[in-house]
Write a protein that binds this ligand. Structure first.
Ligand SMILES: [Cu+2]
Length: 135
């Protein structure tokens, strides 16, 4: 391996331990909110942590969980999601999701949006989600 390749290898280690599947989001309107869902597969022996999601679609992007207190259902921000080694974690309606707030434009059925997911181990993973009313 020559020096340049060695440097590139250090900067961008090939890492396919984390796989993202079935990324989708609900259609919504400018200035409103919506949610992004996907499945995280961790093929590594060790746990990984999703701690940040970036998007140009919304002014604010947060990781949310859904909780219930008695009869009440609500959702709140969490700082991260841990995906145990050799397991998968599904973000889905009624559970964890990525909250997109103050959308910068309308998201119509069939539209695609790009997101950058930040993992502690796997680094940055870019995904494309398709808007649809129902999974
Ligand atoms: Cu939410």
């Amino acid at each position: 391996m020559n020096a340049l390749l060695a440097i590139l290898f250090v900067l961008f280690p090939p890492d396919d331990n984390i796989k993202i599947k079935d990324a989708w989001m609900r259609p919504s309107s400018e200035k409103m909110a919506t949610a992004l869902y996907f499945v995280i597969e961790n093929k590594s022996e060790t746990a990984d942590t999703l701690f940040l999601v970036d998007s140009d679609l919304a002014e604010r992007v947060e990781i949310h969980e859904t909780y219930s207190e008695g009869e009440m259902m609500g959702m709140r921000k969490v700082d991260f999601i841990v995906i145990e080694g050799q397991s998968s974690f599904e973000l889905k309606p009624g559970a964890h999701h990525i909250m997109l707030m103050k959308l910068k434009k309308n998201i119509n059925d069939g539209d695609k949006g790009e997101f950058m997911l930040h993992f502690k181990q796997a680094g940055e993973i870019k995904i494309t989600a398709t808007a649809k009313k129902q999974k």
